[in-house]
Design a protein. Sequence first.
Length: 238
Amino acid sequence: MYKYLFIPIFAGLLVVSSSVLAVTKPSPDANFDSLSYNFYLYYDNGQIFADRDYAVKYDIVSAKFVEASPAANAYKLEISNFKSEVIKTVLFDPKHGDFNFVRGKITVKAPYTTSGMRASFYDNQNRQLVTIFINETALCNDNNSCNSAGGENETTCPSDCGPGKTPRPTVGPTQTLDEGPDILTIVLYAVGGLAVAVGAWFGWRWWKNKKEESFSPPPSTGGSPPLSVPPLPPSAGL
């Protein structure tokens, strides 16, 4: 009985986990100035890693990004678009002013951008430490094709939907005329019907032969056996 209870419970867990593992893409009508990224990282003696406690290493929150005053030996975050161009740069202090901080979780904030593909983090020696891909929450993919169904417009994606750009045509379902069955369909139906008829005829012949065999008389043994002749008595006087 327990195995039948396990199936719906497991299915429910899959649904919940799939919703948790997804970051909601902003609406094309959202106020992007009031949105920002939260990147979940782990700092360890100068190194930065993606926080393994988070399946998705970033989120988008409704909070206006406020850049802090640059600190000495600041680390750097660069957000690149789909054309590998750096479109946002943020300087941050992984210690948050705590000189005794050497290890632990940190959250780095950055302004949201509609065409962000990846976020790259560098230390104070300009050495790249970690990269987090953020393309799932982008509204613009910089492919020179205005995809309005995907949220691209002149505001969210001026590189694809600006003046002179051709919007991607909306492809609807095509209607086909009813031309009736073609010759191949007719041949297939004819061959199938013939095969059924031949099979039925052989089945009928087999059934008829079995029926005749069940009612036929037993075979003859070759006639009556010959009559036996008694031996002659011995002659008198011999």
